[in-house]
Design a protein around this ligand. Structure first.
Ligand code: ZN
Length: 225
């Protein structure tokens, strides 16, 4: 079967959600597995995606469909080079979406008499990077900000917050040399098993031994060394 790198990442991502469900030791369904707050549920899944960028992991399964040869070094290098061509722009875009999402949900009275483009310009106007841009209304294309009360409405920021946590956790694995059994056991015990029986920040701190820091996310986006 031929899978693109994007599809492999999706596979690893969804596998992260499955691990969260499989390893839960919480017997109350409403608190078990992935029944955690929205800004924590993507942590195990986004964490799993990180493995798809590691040459040792890719070499362990990625083979040519016909020849069966492992993924060539050159392809690994170009894959790595393709990661985050415009990291600052990508991050700014994510933050803009998150801010617009919070603005329409938290301050509806401020924006109810105008158009969605007014929200767009007001929020973008607060961000140096975007304020001088004349852009087609971003907010009108962001359908899932209004999906449903249980969807991502007002929770778009959770992707970014989850990324801060998942990259921080992943660096703990990298410091241990990669897919390390002891670190994985700790991850399972402190996070994957816990569902919402323990507050998410407590779970994170039990694994990391400290509060989250965003340097790992910035490093992975190549915005810090
Ligand atoms: Zn997900």
């Amino acid at each position: 079967m031929i899978l693109s790198h994007r599809e492999v990442r999706t596979l690893f991502h969804e596998f992260g959600h499955l691990l969260h469900l499989m390893f839960t030791r919480v017997s109350i369904p409403s608190l078990a597995g992935t029944s955690v707050p929205r800004d924590f549920v993507e942590v195990p899944s986004q964490f799993m995606e990180n493995w798809c960028w590691r040459p040792d992991v890719l070499k362990s399964f990625a083979r040519h469909e016909r020849t069966g040869l492992p993924i060539p070094e050159e392809m690994l290098r170009s894959l790595d080079a393709s990661r985050g061509n415009t990291p600052a722009l990508a991050l700014a875009g994510q933050l803009l979406y998150a801010k617009m999402d919070l603005a329409v949900h938290a301050e509806p009275e401020r924006f109810s008499s105008g158009s969605l483009d007014d929200v767009d310009s007001a929020v973008a106007g607060d961000m140096d990077y975007f304020k001088n841009f004349k852009r087609a209304g971003k907010l009108r294309t962001a359908r899932h900000l209004f999906s449903s009360p249980s969807g991502y409405a007002s929770f778009y920021f959770s992707y970014q917050w989850a990324e801060v946590l998942d990259k921080d956790i992943f660096e703990a694995f990298e410091r241990a040399g990669g897919p390390d059994r002891e670190t994985a056991g700790k991850f399972r015990e402190t996070i994957l098993e816990k569902g919402y029986a323990v507050p998410p920040m407590r779970q994170f701190m039990d694994f990391m031994g400290r509060k989250p820091r965003m340097d790992a996310m910035l490093r992975k986006r190549r915005l810090a060394s």
